[in-house]
Ligand binder design. Structure first.
Ligand code: NAP
Length: 341
């Protein structure tokens, strides 16, 4: 008693397991609540030669009609705070809700995560794309990422350099996809200076008139996000659909010959807001059937009800083609595509 592995179910609808709320059927589905259960599910799948898809909150994926093999949803919980004079080392399980972790840390007076408030998804999914917002990237706070290495099925902790974090990318997403099953995150908090350089944040803090503190920055970010972004509980979406492109000086100048656009220096390149390109091309607020572009944020594709993953992807592709044609800029998609038609 008590040690039984969770039941693997067959032909399970994932509609409630993805924030786009598109229909997709998993051939096999199992929810795991700790490292032991995850390991069992992985080992069993390998023994049966069944492909595995790992799922956290399903907030950065576009699912197509069917996912073959075994979908393992990581639902482990638990947060441990090791406080010291300078701040704290925070260890959080992969299935924890990201925003709840942000709030729990702020409640304990631990700064660092305030700019990352209200990003949907789980703790385990956060390092995949190195979530970032308003000038703070997760990578600046990570001590390590706990995972099961599926090569040898051993638990391991990857220290920050081994995670190869970069703009919305990591070893987990691009370099070695499917190798690591992330079980948790170890963060160092309480040390990072406040980051209030982004225009929206500065303006919101001004409107709030409460001075700068981790709590007020978090509140400003929450207010901005609530205003601009659709609530996935009400309107299916997966946040930003495209990354911000990075252009050389020459290409930026060429783009600026066609469009008045902000640009931010990033090393020897210039990052330009993809949202501005999508809006300038006339897509903001566009709707085709139940797939559309959110009227208050051009980077967010939405499902108004019965859109399929394929319809969402087709719309993303039409936008990409149009931007390439109008502005000679290639947009890169952010969410991962799972399954097939
Ligand atoms: P925004 O505030 O309208 O700004 C547009 C873009 O310009 C941003 O994407 C940002 O790049 C860049 N930018 C603005 N001020 C900047 C500054 N002072 N220095 C450098 N770059 C600056 O952006 P938004 O689309 O509403 O998104 C707000 C924030 O949430 C952004 O930071 C965005 O990246 C983040 N976000 C993250 C995710 C994710 O992690 N998956 C998803 C959605 C939004 P950056 O993208 O580099 O910040």
């Amino acid at each position: 008693m008590g040690n039984a592995s969770p039941r693997v179910r067959r032909d399970v609808s994932l509609r409630e397991a993805n924030s786009f709320r598109v229909e997709s059927i998993a051939e096999q589905y199992v929810e795991v609540h700790n490292e032991r259960e995850l390991l069992d599910a992985l080992v069993q799948a390998r023994r049966e030669s069944v492909p595995v898809t790992l799922l956290g909150g399903g907030t950065n994926v576009v699912m197509l009609g069917r996912i073959d093999g075994r979908v393992i949803r990581i639902a482990s919980r638990g947060v441990v705070f090791d406080e010291d004079d300078g701040g704290a080392r925070v260890t959080a399980a992969g299935g924890e809700n990201w925003h709840e972790l942000v709030l729990a840390c702020l409640d304990r007076g631990l700064s660092g995560l305030e700019n990352l408030a209200l990003i949907p998804g789980t703790v385990g999914a956060a390092p995949m794309q190195n979530i970032g917002a308003y000038g703070v990237e997760l990578s600046s706070l990570v001590i390590g990422v706990a995972a099961i290495d599926t090569r040898d099925m051993q638990p391991t902790v990857l220290e920050a350099p081994a995670c190869a974090f970069r703009y919305r990318d990591s070893v987990f997403k691009s370099d070695e996809p499917n190798r690591y099953a992330i079980t948790g995150l170890v963060l160092r908090l309480g040390e990072r200076p406040l980051e209030t350089g982004y225009r929206d944040v500065r303006e919101e803090l001004g409107v709030m008139g409460r001075g700068d503190s981790p709590q007020s920055v978090a509140e400003a970010v929450i207010r901005i996000r609530r205003r601009k972004l659709p609530d996935p509980q009400e309107t299916g979406n997966a946040g930003s659909t495209f990354k911000n492109p990075s252009l050389s000086r020459v290409r930026l100048d060429r783009l600026r010959g066609r469009l008045d656009i902000d640009a931010y220096e990033a090393g020897d390149h210039y990052k330009v807001p993809a949202a501005r390109l999508v809006e300038a091309a006339g897509w903001k607020g566009y709707r085709s059937g139940d797939a559309g572009v959110w009227p208050r944020h051009a980077l967010v594709l939405v499902n108004y009800g019965r859109a399929t993953g394929r319809q969402v992807l087709d719309l993303a592709q039409r936008i990409r083609d149009d931007i390439a044609h109008k502005f000679e800029v290639e947009l890169e998609r952010e969410p991962q595509v799972l399954g097939h038609d």
